[in-house]
Design a protein. Structure first.
Length: 659
């Protein structure tokens, strides 16, 4: 039983990690097919061992978190996700279950294309679009109205006075995606990995003009408040959407299970010729009265499923395996392939991630391998075609020295990645400086990759602080360095000294710390001095930072390397400032406050933020200096300790009433 418990915990951590990448960072590492298998395994274990199901299980919720840069919007009607069926047998099982529960063998279905984009809700009142929001966690989404106003095929007004809630998918067509990436290539910007990421990122821009550049399209598929319009089946809803001027694609209505399978097979063959990405079909019981009788599970309707397509597979040959060295010293093997078209895209490189993958799959140079690119995400080698292996295919020997500097390599605790541990490795230094000057980090304009390579190769820049020591005389020594370019570089470097705490923390390049985590750290510690003194307990107390991340951050700020980077940057005048929140006077103002237990409607971080807005100094643990303990549900040992110390107790209701 302990093994099952650990397996459930492992799956939850993996799925939550990939949810964060997919929903919040628009940067998935795995294809939908692999994610769906993990999710299915978790669902099956939880069904078999219900007592082991955890509160933080992703099977309890829909989608991802709401990004803090957007205003939150509470959906009038919850937006659910969909359960998946992966093959014909599973769909027929679903059909049989519908027949049994509805006590009829005459069930008709509506079939719709399952678009690979971002779910969106539009609300119209008196014929005008008043709010547009993302799905978020299903209950609360992000208000993206200004950005949706930039989508050409979203009607801004409709011929209907009644309030109507319309849902659909935001996406980018394949043609527009190619144009978009061509433009980025001309600007020497990194191309988008796939249309879904580009669409999601485009919709979640603070600058609506950036959204307009993404060439977004909206395909409608649902009227959420259907009861207000006496809609009796899905097909009538689709007809109404068309009449109102919305784009509706790929709908087949009132068909039985055998026709569903026929349509599924036809569309799977045709999908590569479509102008937009789909990763399956949505199958809904057509009769609305049947839908209402069937109801909902915690995260998905019982009357509908996503019938996912099988991932497209192609065979090709591995020409070589190269090793790339990144900013953290990671030695990443990359398979160079005979170019092959998979999912409409030509694939010539596939990342193999680490030596374990090469060993477990027994991948060799010269092998014929199977490549998939399900959902148009990152290509992956699934297996070797051993029947086609020749005697010339010899095992790949992973280097025991860094291929760039010849330095020692190692695998650190809890890791599977081989890393170069030489801190002076040219590739590590160059890649780190590229990262440090990037827009999300210190945002130093005018110093591109070419100049960074020149600076590091010459020895002018060996660490981030060296950038701030560069003089005009240093730059004059380089060919093609004119006075104007040198002046712009120096000005940009000087300007970057005044930065935010979030950018500074992100720019440190700690493993496990992206923009979101950097933001959490900045809000929690509020100053670089506080951050430097962070304990493991402090770090683990921050919602969104797990045990592994906390350990990685703690080790960095207490290492000689971490201390040197931070202190040397401060010494050359870099001044990270936390943007303080507006304080509302309350009985908490100036008080040392600790929060324990869960508070309805608030995450741990948002509860802390509310207390700070009310003027409190929020602490992580009870002490004799604590003035007030705010107590939510399932309060732990902190309540008992507070009572022993005579600390004032405040209920969650009293606390939230102060807002």
């Amino acid at each position: 039983m302990e093994n099952i418990k650990e397996k459930i915990k492992e799956l939850i951590n993996k799925i939550n990690y990939h949810n964060k990448l997919y929903y919040e960072q628009d940067n998935p590492e795995i294809e939908d097919y692999e994610y769906d298998k993990m999710f299915r395994e978790l669902e099956e274990l939880e069904a078999k061992y219900p007592k082991l199901k955890l509160e933080n299980s992703p099977t309890n919720r829909v989608g991802g978190s709401v990004l803090e840069k957007f205003e939150k919007f509470e959906h009038p009607i919850a937006m659910y996700s969909l359960s998946n069926v992966m093959n014909e047998e599973e769909f027929l099982d679903f059909d049989l279950r519908m027949q049994k529960e509805l006590n009829t063998n005459n069930i008709k279905y509506t079939v719709e294309n399952k678009f690979d984009g971002l779910a969106l809700e539009l609300i119209y009142e008196n014929g005008k679009l008043i709010v547009a929001s993302t799905r978020g966690d299903g209950k609360v989404g992000e208000n993206v109205t200004n950005n949706v106003m930039m989508i050409n095929n979203v009607p801004k007004t409709i011929k209907l006075k009644e309030k109507i809630i319309i849902r659909g998918e935001t996406l980018i067509t394949k043609k527009d995606f190619q144009i978009l990436n061509k433009e980025r290539d001309e600007l020497e910007e990194i191309p988008f990995a796939n249309p879904r990421n580009a669409a999601s990122g485009g919709l979640r821009q603070l600058d609506s003009s950036e959204s307009k550049k993404r060439r977004l399209k909206f395909f409608a598929y649902q009227i959420a408040n259907y009861k207000d319009f006496n809609i009796t089946n899905e097909y009538k809803a689709m007809e109404m959407l068309k009449e109102l001027g919305f784009t509706v694609e790929g709908v087949h209505s009132s068909i039985d299970s055998s026709d569903v399978l026929r349509v599924y097979n036809e569309i799977q063959k045709e999908r590569s010729s479509m102008d937009y990405e789909i990763d399956g079909l949505v199958i809904k019981v057509d009769d609305v009265s049947y839908q209402e009788k069937l109801g909902f599970l915690s995260r998905a309707p019982r009357f509908a499923v996503a019938f996912k397509f099988k991932p497209e597979e192609k065979e090709t040959i591995i020409k070589s395996i190269d090793i790339q060295v990144g900013r953290t010293g990671a030695l990443t093997p990359v398979a160079k392939l005979e170019p092959v078209k998979v999912g409409g895209v030509t694939v010539s490189n596939v990342t193999l991630h680490n030596p374990n993958e090469i060993k477990s799959k027994d991948i060799r140079v010269g092998d014929t391998v199977v490549v998939i690119r399900s959902g148009d995400v990152i290509p992956k080698i699934t297996r070797v075609v051993f029947d086609k292996r020749t005697l010339e295919c010899i095992p790949f020997i992973f280097p025991n020295k860094c291929p760039v500097c010849g330095g020692e390599t190692a695998i650190t605790d809890g890791d599977v990645i081989v890393r170069c541990i030489n801190e002076e490795c040219p590739n590590k230094v160059t890649k780190y400086i590229e990262y440090f000057v990037s827009k999300s980090a210190m945002n130093i304009d005018g110093i591109g990759k070419e100049w960074i390579a020149i600076f590091t190769k010459s020895g002018l820049v060996k660490n981030p602080a060296d950038l701030y020591k560069i003089t005009k005389e240093d730059l004059d020594k380089f060919d093609r360095m004119g006075d104007k370019l040198a002046s712009n570089m120096l000005s940009s470097i000087e300007k970057s000294k005044q930065t935010t705490l979030k950018r500074f923390i992100y720019a440190l390049g700690m493993r496990q710390v992206g923009e979101t985590t950097a933001d959490l750290l900045a809000k929690y510690f509020t100053s670089i001095e506080n951050f430097k003194k962070a304990s493991i307990e402090d770090l683990e107390n921050i919602e969104g930072i797990g045990e592994i991340s906390a350990k990685s951050i703690f080790n960095f700020i207490n290492s000689d390397k971490g201390k040197n980077i931070i202190n040397s940057l401060i010494a050359v005048g870099v001044n990270p400032i936390f943007e303080k929140i507006q304080i509302k006077e309350s009985i908490l103002t100036g008080k040392n406050v600790v929060i324990t237990g869960s508070i309805e409607g608030y995450s741990r971080t948002s509860a802390k933020e509310l207390a700070e807005k009310l003027g409190a100094n929020v602490q992580s643990s009870i002490s004799k200096n604590t003035d007030i303990l705010i107590v939510g549900e399932k309060a732990g040992s902190k309540l008992k300790k507070a009572e022993e110390l005579g600390v004032q107790i405040m209920s969650a209701d009293e606390f939230t009433a102060l807002n």
